[in-house]
Write a protein that binds this ligand. Structure first.
Ligand code: ADP
Ligand code: MG
Length: 615
């Protein structure tokens, strides 16, 4: 047996550094988080060569006292928590006291800092974990951290770095997430001397979203804001169904001001779009979830980008409900985009006041912690101290609640959802059916807006909603000559495994050998010619979603039936029929077809006037 030796401190530091400091982006994240924890209102991030040769983060926060400057670089040195109780309700972004030690172990670091109340500041340099020099210095209040030559002493790590451009891009992405997570902090990003981003620090999330994601994307967003049982607050923005993207890259989730990746929150947002967005498209979103600090464990991941909720199910319900409500309340319509004319600024999106405050606390955990407050401008007052009872000290070893599988969460969410209240029959503002063009588009005039309605898409949605509301269960019709379906093996198997489910929808299926499926019965109102396509679609839906969405096969069936039952483009329709479709669209009940295409687009008088140069 080889002898067991305890590693020397500097080797242990290098190993620990590997966890926290993976690449320039992780250094920047840690440094900016420190600045935010220090109460900064302005933070400037500068990088050169993708952050490999230089990272400089300057803040106007509380600074570090001269006597603490060296301590800050020691492992497990932190001002943010003091005992195990603090760990159960973390209100700051940092808490492990590892980052500065880890960064200084693998780079040349200079610190320049002055607390506002001190006359003189401190300048300190640390290289490879060893203090090189320290002196008093005149400097502005706040802190500047300069990190040079990252990984100069760990060649193995250096080898794994990508090209500067790629490292720089991931630094930028990290800065963007920080800016979205803290709209109350004005963050500026400079890459190789060029300013690439600046948020105003107004505390208004929409301002930060504008600066970070750009005006175009921000215009396609609707506001989300809902409380859940007084325990959770969901706020932020989601894209309208027609502005969904080809990737999940535009989804940003935050819990108590911390960027996280969380499958429950992702599933909840996407589920809220079911039957409204196109298949293979993903909503863009910036979702802030505020919870009580003791209902989330942020100490489960080295980079703290994963969190563990005490009640996943409630998180799903809160996020799902908030997004669904926002989508239902949105009555903006896509407008015709004319060249030369900028789309009008949507004024339906009201500014979202959401400065995020830092919740600092050093007392033991009280029973009821305040909800992380994303709307208050000021700091949440510290809760009253609760006497520490050692014999009954709260512990971390309480039994682990298993995370409920997604499908279960979704199922509960559905059950919890109150049945949709039918919209109040409102008096519609006067409108006029102008006519129809191309046997496809209904034209309506209402006030100063002209609406073009896709009659098929709108009618399809009307049928779909009606079938869903009636909990449609079709009659089965036995087929005189059964249809033989030849599908890819796994598609056939997916159908046969769900035989009972499909029976409820009016299909009778049998295995036919060699991967084929025999269809003995089909829903009475499904055209025989559509049986094959419908079943192939159902199989694909089952394979794609697994069992995650028990409603998926049913939705596919309803989509198909609704599509078949709807009036078609190219068909001649009586004006009365067109009028009914137009009325449903104008009432706001019908907005997207079940596949996420818009049913109507608007053209305004102002747009036409600009185009004709009348204004
Ligand atoms: P943590 O953030 O987990 O406490 P760090 O290693 O990141 O650990 O920082 C150590 C300590 O240094 C912090 O707790 C804080 O007191 C101090 N510190 C670091 N950066 C700053 C800053 N920009 N402004 C003020 N204090 C800072
Ligand atoms: Mg830190």
């Amino acid at each position: 047996m080889p002898q067991i030796l305890q590693l020397e401190a500097h080797i242990a530091d290098l190993i620990a550094a590997g966890e926290v400091v993976e690449r320039p982006a992780s250094v920047v994240k840690e440094l900016v988080e420190n600045a935010i924890d220090a109460g900064a209102t302005k933070v400037t991030v500068e990088i050169q060569n993708g952050g490999m040769s230089l990272i400089r983060v300057t803040d106007d926060g509380c600074g570090i006292a001269a006597e603490d400057a060296e301590t800050a670089f020691l492992r497990h040195a932190t001002s943010k928590i003091k005992n195990q109780y603090d760990l159960e309700a973390i209100g700051t972004l940092g808490f492990r006291g590892e980052a500065l030690a880890a960064i200084a172990a693998v780079a040349r670091v200079e610190l320049l800092t002055r607390p506002p109340e001190a006359a003189l500041g401190t300048s300190l340099s640390v290289t490879g974990g060893v203090v090189q020099g320290r002196e008093e210095a005149g400097c502005p209040a706040g802190t500047t951290m300069v990190v040079r030559d990252l990984f100069f002493n760990t060649p193995a790590r250096l080898k794994f770095m990508k090209k500067d451009a790629a490292e720089g891009a991931s630094v930028f992405a990290a800065v963007q997430r920080l800016a979205l997570s803290h709209p109350e902090v004005g963050i500026t990003f400079l890459r190789d001397g060029k300013r690439e981003m600046q948020t105003p620090g107004s505390g208004i999330l929409r301002d930060a979203v504008y600066s970070v994601l750009g005006r175009d994307l921000a215009l396609g967003l609707i506001e989300v804001d809902a409380e859940f049982d007084g325990d959770m607050h969901v706020s932020g923005f989601v894209s309208v169904p027609t502005c969904c993207r080809g990737t999940r890259g535009y989804q940003h989730f935050f819990v108590n001001g911390r960027y996280v990746k969380n499958p429950t929150m992702t599933a909840a947002v996407e589920e809220a779009y079911s039957n409204q967005k196109m298949v293979g498209k993903f909503p863009a979103c910036v979702i802030h979830l505020g919870v009580r600090p003791n209902s989330v464990d942020v100490n489960v991941h080295p980079a703290k980008t994963e969190v563990k909720f005490g009640a996943d199910r409630d998180v799903f319900r809160a996020v799902y409900g908030a997004v669904k409500q926002a989508l239902e309340g949105d009555n903006t319509r896509p407008t015709v985009v004319l060249t030369d004319v900028k789309p009008p600024v949507q004024d339906s999106v009201t500014p979202n006041q959401m400065p995020v405050s830092i919740y600092r606390r050093t007392e033991p955990v009280p029973q009821e912690l305040p909800l992380y407050d994303v709307t208050a401008r000021t700091e949440v007052p510290a809760p009253p101290p609760v006497p520490v009872r050692h014999e009954a000290a709260p512990t971390h070893v309480e039994e682990e609640k298993p995370v409920p599988p997604q499908e279960e969460i979704r199922e509960t969410a559905r059950q919890a959802e109150s049945p949709p209240t039918p919209p109040e029959p409102e008096e519609l503002p006067p409108w006029r059916l102008v006519g129809e063009v191309l046997h496809t588009y209904i034209i309506v005039e209402q006030g100063e807006t002209i609406l073009l309605i896709d009659k098929h898409a709108a009618h399809e949605r009307m049928h779909f909603d009606r079938m869903q509301a009636q909990d449609y269960t079709p009659m089965m019709q036995g087929l005189l000559s059964p249809i033989v379906l030849t599908l890819p093996a796994e598609a056939g198997a997916a159908l046969l495994q769900n035989g009972a489910l499909l029976e409820r929808f009016g299909f009778e299926l049998e295995e036919f050998g060699g991967g084929s499926v025999l269809v003995r019965g089909a829903p009475a109102d499904l055209d025989l010619a559509d049986v094959e396509d419908t079943l192939a679609g159902i199989a694909a839906a089952i394979l794609e979603t697994g069992t995650a969405r028990p409603d998926a096969p049913r939705d596919v069936l309803l989509h198909t039936m609704a599509c078949k039952a709807a009036i078609k483009a190219g068909q001649k329709n009586a004006p009365e029929e067109l009028r009914r479709v137009a009325e449903a669209v104008l009432s706001g009940r019908v907005r997207y077809c079940p596949h996420g295409r818009p049913v109507a687009i608007a053209l305004t008088k102002g747009q036409l006037e600009r185009q004709f140069k009348r204004t």
